[in-house]
Design a protein around this ligand. Structure first.
Ligand code: HEM
Length: 217
């Protein structure tokens, strides 16, 4: 993206305390045991990952928030009346409609799961969305319930590649609901014109037309 190229050039001349300056200055030992800095290409490619991973997902979170709360007007009303419940509601939306329903891995060595060997060289797909509806962890899993006893969901992945943006994403989700419910405690969706899309990484609403009702003065 040319915007990032221009920004890198500008940041080289104008260092700051931001993440781009850190990318430019960081020194590390790479997989060939060489101590070095990140190349320009590496910085650009990571900026693109970060921009995609940070935007596509959080706007899907907002779409799902609008859809799921529309479908559960009692819980929407409760949230409008008691915004301190919003962080719990965001966790439940993340569990119920994960924006990235699956992740995949390349298998580098033979591993055994449930008595079966997965040979090196395979690809495996993990259905995060299914794990989020596992009744052993979430009783009555198909019920959307902002008061459910909280158990960790898989929406931000698991292990070494767990989403590094999860705190920011949760915060964005909370601010969205706070600001939305403050102004428009109720909305109707035009599902005839709504369009759901699923790319190789995310699932959500491409368009979700809504008629909002402003809060009574
Ligand atoms: C609701 C919002 C989000 C969801 C559902 C989400 C989900 C995920 C998931 C499931 C992974 C793991 C992928 C894997 O294991 O293969 C991941 C990785 C990642 N996420 Fe997020 N994410 C969200 C928001 C963000 C934000 C706001 C940022 C940054 C601004 C971000 C940056 C990243 C990056 C850089 C990775 C790759 C980490 C790695 O491979 O080590 N994400 N995300």
């Amino acid at each position: 993206m040319p915007e990032f190229e221009n920004y890198i050039d500008w940041r080289i001349k104008n260092p700051s305390d931001d993440v781009m300056t850190e990318f430019l200055n960081v020194e590390f030992v790479d997989d060939k045991n060489v101590k070095r800095k990140l190349s320009r290409e590496e910085i650009l490619s990571f900026c693109n990952v970060l921009a995609g991973a940070g935007n596509e997902t959080t706007n899907r979170l907002m779409g799902w928030s609008a859809k799921v709360l529309h479908d559960h007007p009692d819980q929407r009303r409760e949230l409008a009346q008691n915004p301190s419940l919003i962080p719990e509601a965001v966790e439940e939306i993340l569990r119920y409609e994960p924006m990235g329903p699956f992740t995949a891995r390349y298998v580098t060595r033979d591993v055994e799961y449930y008595g079966q060997t997965v040979p090196a060289g395979s690809t495996m797909m993990f259905m995060l969305a299914a794990a989020n509806r596992d009744e052993r962890r979430f009783p009555d899993p198909d019920r959307f319930d902002i008061h459910r006893d909280r158990a960790a969901h898989m929406t931000f992945g698991y292990g070494i590649h767990t989403c590094p943006g999860n705190v920011l994403a949760r915060l964005e989700g909370q601010i969205f609901l706070e600001e939305m419910l403050k102004r428009f405690p109720e909305w109707d969706l035009d599902m005839e014109r709504a369009k759901l899309t699923c790319t190789s990484t995310v699932r959500g609403w491409d368009t979700l037309p809504a008629r909002v009702r402003a809060k009574a003065a």
